[in-house]
Design a protein around this ligand. Structure first.
Ligand code: ADP
Length: 223
């Protein structure tokens, strides 16, 4: 793989999450070394990924033989086997990987992963659950938590805001949230950045960013 290791990513665990992640990285042109202990999974992925090997990631010698220590980035996508997830993460720390991402099933699991040295912990099931909870009610088209306290939502302009110019709208003053981008209805055009002069029209789709509590308040009060 030559000088691969600067941008390349090691993905350990090719279940639903790790498999989708590895395929998406490859689709985007990133080189991936994919590892799973199950031969059937490795075989299934072999046609789709260039570098996929069967190995037990809790065995540091196996990782060394694969040259994992030469990579800068790794993702531990083992979920249900918490022991293997934690041990693998700690071995990657021991191998000096600079940027380790790990998937956690629960808060406690996430805490331990952080303790052993994961640089980023993700909770895919939890985050997707939250996202669907917000969108299933039908008021939002999408909901993404950006940080512990901030969120971005995508929504159709609420009726009460149709015809309002952003500078004079209650969004900033009352809710302290910001419309970031607007896609005008029927225009077929892309999103444009919102400005103070933007006038919201019926059917427009907007992206709104702000503190989670303010976003929730806005969503429940405005219709
Ligand atoms: P998902 O919910 O995303 O499908 P799983 O936890 O079910 O995640 O899948 C994790 C994957 O990690 C499985 O394919 C499993 O074979 C693999 N795995 C588990 N333990 C190890 C290990 N020690 N070394 C390498 N791969 C492992």
């Amino acid at each position: 793989m030559g000088d691969r290791r600067k941008d390349a990513v090691v993905v350990i665990g090719l279940g639903r999450f790790g498999g989708a992640l590895a395929l998406e990285l490859v689709r985007e042109g990133t080189e991936v070394l994919a590892i799973d202990s199950r031969r059937d999974i490795v075989q299934r992925m072999a046609g789709k990924l260039t570098h996929v090997v069967a190995a037990d990631s809790t065995d540091i010698e196996a990782l060394r033989e694969l040259g994992v220590q030469e990579f800068r980035r790794a993702v531990v996508a083992i979920g249900s086997d918490i022991e293997a997830s934690i041990l693998t993460t700690s071995l990657l720390v021991e191998l000096g990987i600079a940027d380790i991402w790990a998937k956690a099933m629960t808060k406690q699991h996430g805490k331990i992963l952080e303790r052993v040295g994961a640089h980023h912990v993700v909770f895919p099931e939890h985050e997707m659950g939250q996202r669907v909870a917000h969108t299933v009610q039908g008021t939002m088209l999408d909901y993404i938590e950006m940080d512990a306290d901030f969120a971005m939502i995508k929504m159709v302009v609420p009726k009460s805001l149709v015809g309002t110019q952003l500078s004079g709208s209650p969004l900033r003053k009352k809710y302290r949230i910001t419309v970031v981008a607007v896609k005008h209805a029927g225009g077929g055009e892309d999103f444009t950045y919102a400005t103070a002069e933007t006038v919201l029209q019926a059917g427009d789709v907007i992206y709104v960013f702000g503190r989670t509590e303010q976003i929730e308040k806005f969503n429940s009060e405005i219709s």
